[in-house]
Design a protein around this ligand. Sequence first.
Ligand code: PMP
Length: 335
Amino acid sequence: PNQPDMIKLNTNENPYPPAPGVAEVLKNTETDALRLYPDPAAKDLVHAIAAEYGLLDEQVFVGVGSDDVLAMSFLTFFNSGKPILFPNVTYSFYDVWADLYRIPYVTCALDDQMMIKKEDYFKENGGIVIPNPNAPTGVYEPLETFEEILQKNTDVVVIVDEAYVDFADGPSARTLIEKYPNLLVVQTFSKSRSMAGMRIGYAMGNKELIKALNDVKYSFNSYTMSRVALLCGVEAVNDKAYFEEHVKKICETREKTKKALAALGFSFPDSQSNFIFAAHKSMPAKEIFAALKARNIFVRYFNKPGIDNYLRITIGTDEQMQALEAALREILLQA
Ligand code: PMP
């Protein structure tokens, strides 16, 4: 959808603009410089991310959104011929990349709390990928779960996809990188840094994993990141105060929205992300989705067995969430 006045809560974008330094870069960019190729190693952006998280530059890889970084990681690390493992309810791109690259895979069912069952990941496999918090559930798994999975899988790469971790109360798996050379942590500028349109994602891990990713990248497309994206990315990382303030704001709005949705008869796993995955006690999700759409409010509905009675609702501004609540109240009253 792309309509004026719509309330867009369907792709987990950030409702706030990027850090002011990003606008400055865009205003001041010399178009003449666009004649020249960008730095293929993306050194300045890699360095800004590494410095922010206390890593070496050799421990950071950047790509065109985390989709690019994840797709490159599947290609680089998941080629043993053995099935890779991921949850049965998870990010919808994993099985698409696996099919594209002819990687066999096995999905592991979530429990009735929508948590992963770590034992499912203790069997022989060709690699593991799990988002934390998971999407579309929003559920955050404690790091101990990942430590156990990493300890039981030392001969394969374990990817933790942390697209939403900045909205979680718990820590990033980045803190485990020194201890587990088989861990790759993937993050994005699309959510917590308000830059989905700029396409910046990154992976953090052991130097050898990062070198392997770069080797594959240089065999595929050396100039993945535009000059503009590289400059804007550095500004976004360096403005920590802006980042923290806006993440906090979204988490506050999320907690208010949880209360409002519960009062309207919705139930949901406790989200630690910038969206809520909610089912209503009496009205089917598909009908609520259509009624909201008719009011120009877009949320995400998955027509998939097991999750087809849930709506994934992105956290917008307080005003947008109040408009959503008002619309839901009206829709549920009419039913
Ligand atoms: N991982 C997960 C779990 C996601 O939900 C998304 C966003 N849809 C991505 C990765 C990719 O985001 P991006 O390419 O914008 O970084």
